[in-house]
Design a binder for this molecule. Structure first.
Ligand code: DQA
Length: 146
């Protein structure tokens, strides 16, 4: 079965208790389950990697070059600082979606920069829990266009 790689960056393991007024009440496991269920409808598997460490996420992107057909990434605050993660993603040739629960453009100025925006096919932000299955839908549509 072909797999989508879903990557979760720093502090997303705290979802459910972390600022629920911003990020909602669902846990990361619940978001992953929703994404995996949507992927299964399209006949795709979904592998999830969470790390609070930039290097782990970069390694996972490298690994995806041989074992994943697409990447969905919520890089947390690394979105706003990590040129290294952007460089890694640039090398991956399959569909790539940047995902955020909140809408960083409507928040503090430091969240307005995304280092990833220029190397992904598209971004989904501000849709809360809806974003996870919608990101899978986007990946499936992009794969169908190839
Ligand atoms: C986030 C937005 C980022 O600015 C923040 O640092 C996060 C979560 C989101 O999903 O809304 O950790 O990526």
């Amino acid at each position: 079965m072909q797999d989508i790689l879903l990557l979760s960056g720093p502090n997303l393991d705290l979802l459910g208790t972390r600022s629920p007024e911003i990020y909602g009440a669902a846990t990361l496991e619940e978001h992953v389950a929703a994404a995996r269920a949507r992927a299964a409808l399209a006949g795709l598997g979904l592998r999830h990697v969470h790390s609070n460490f930039e290097g782990d996420l970069i390694e996972a992107v490298h690994g995806a070059r041989v074992d994943a057909v697409a990447i969905i990434i919520n890089a947390g605050a690394l979105t706003h600082s990590s040129w290294a993660l952007a460089d890694a993603l640039a090398v991956f040739t399959g569909p790539k979606i940047e995902l955020h629960l909140s809408n960083p453009a409507a928040r503090e100025p430091f969240r307005h920069l995304s280092t990833l925006a220029g190397v992904v096919d598209g971004s989904l932000a501000g849709l809360g829990a809806l974003g996870y299955p919608l990101a899978v839908d986007a990946v499936v549509a992009l794969l169908a266009q190839r």
